[in-house]
Design a protein. Structure first.
Length: 329
């Protein structure tokens, strides 16, 4: 495993990290999740991602059990959790000072930790004044509940506004965003955020490198394996992904995956490894957050670190041509 600095901080995170959306406490029973953390750890993964909203806190609970049972030194691992979707009540959602403080307290309890390394705002909340939100995250850091704070899927303008509020009121500014980034989704990371890298050294921990599995090539024949997330009938996102497969847009995406699969063959790697390695070729990315419903997927995906070293400029150009979505930059 290799490690990168998270943005302009001195915090080192593994190039590949493990997330918990849909999997832990859902597809993977809480009691079976330990094996996943053991597997990740054995490959040098030191960075784990969660959110209060993942399966109503079950994702965080699984991480909490793992941290306790596996007996890792707290200084050896890095945890991110995200606040926004905390429940049904009027004050259980968003980025008010009340929800940020109460939501984080509940998350820490589920994680069985005194602090998280990075606390993130899972989305921007236009209904709450920016000063209130920045002040609340500053308070969490000053009271030792988090070491840094970040954003997730905020626009560049919203991040600028948080930095301006921090400067004006002498508060702590966010250090990184958590955006979607994969071969299909590039604009925000490669174009919109460009000024943020220059001004703030803004870091990135990117999600869905496989576009929920589509970039693994497992859906190339349009069949959905029963043990894959697209077969989950209770999750509206997965139902929508499954339905999209047979639309013209979905078919066009699968065609692209098939063509990119030929490039993976020339590299002697799997399509999943190529897709993750492609994210790592972007040096703005601090860590690529992967998901896994089987421990074997972790073992396969971590090899993307080596694949990334092998990808040539020519192969990157070929991928740009196949995907046809490289932003002007
Ligand atoms: P991916 O796009 O990489 O999808 C992961 C899923 O793909 C796995 O759970 C598995 O699902 C399948 N898969 C993984 N490896 C392989 C493989 N080698 N071969 C075939 N199939 C494979 O990532 P996620 O969408 O899970 O996102 C990663 C993490 O990012 C999340 O866990 C979460 O922590 C974070 N996230 C953050 C968001 C935000 O708004 N900030 C939003 C979404 C995610 P299966 O086996 O079931 O097919």
């Amino acid at each position: 495993m290799k490690y990168r600095f998270l943005g302009r901080t001195g915090l080192r995170v593994s190039e590949i990290s493990l997330g918990s959306w849909i999997t832990f406490g859902g597809q993977v029973k809480k009691e079976d999740s330990l094996a996943f953390f053991r597997e990740a750890w054995s490959h040098g993964i030191n960075f784990f991602d969660s959110a209060e909203g993942y399966l109503e806190g079950k994702g965080e609970e699984s991480l909490g059990v793992a941290f306790k049972e596996l007996g890792w030194e707290r200084s050896d691992f890095v945890v991110v959790t995200k606040i926004y979707w905390g429940g049904e009540g009027p004050n259980d959602i968003g980025l008010s000072r009340k929800h940020i403080l109460e939501g984080t307290a509940k998350s820490l309890k589920r994680l069985q930790l005194d602090y998280v390394d990075v606390i993130m705002a899972h989305r921007c909340d236009p209904a709450t004044p920016m000063e209130e939100t920045v002040r609340a995250f500053t308070h969490l850091i000053n009271s030792g509940k988090a070491l840094y704070w970040g954003t997730s899927e905020w626009s560049a303008q919203e991040i600028e506004s948080a930095h301006n509020a921090a400067k004006t009121f002498g508060l702590i500014a966010p250090i990184c965003d958590q955006p979607q980034y994969n071969m299909f989704t590039r604009d925000r990371v490669e174009q919109e955020y460009l000024p943020l890298y220059e001004s703030y050294g803004y870091g990135l921990t990117v999600w869905s490198p496989l576009a929920s599995g589509i970039l693994s090539g497992k859906y190339n024949d349009f069949k959905v394996p029963e043990d894959s997330r697209l077969a989950i009938k209770e999750d509206r996102f997965m139902v929508a992904f499954k339905e999209k497969l047979s639309t013209p847009e979905g078919r066009a995406q699968i065609e692209k995956v098939k063509r990119a699969g030929e490039i993976a063959k020339t590299l002697g790697c799997t399509m999943s490894q190529l897709a993750i390695a492609w994210c790592l070729k972007n040096k703005r990315v601090s860590s690529v957050i992967t998901g896994a419903s089987k421990t074997s997927q972790i073992a396969e995906n971590v090899k993307a670190v080596q694949v990334s070293d092998k990808i040539t400029e020519d192969q990157l150009k070929q991928i740009d041509e196949v995907m046809g979505n490289k932003p002007p930059g």
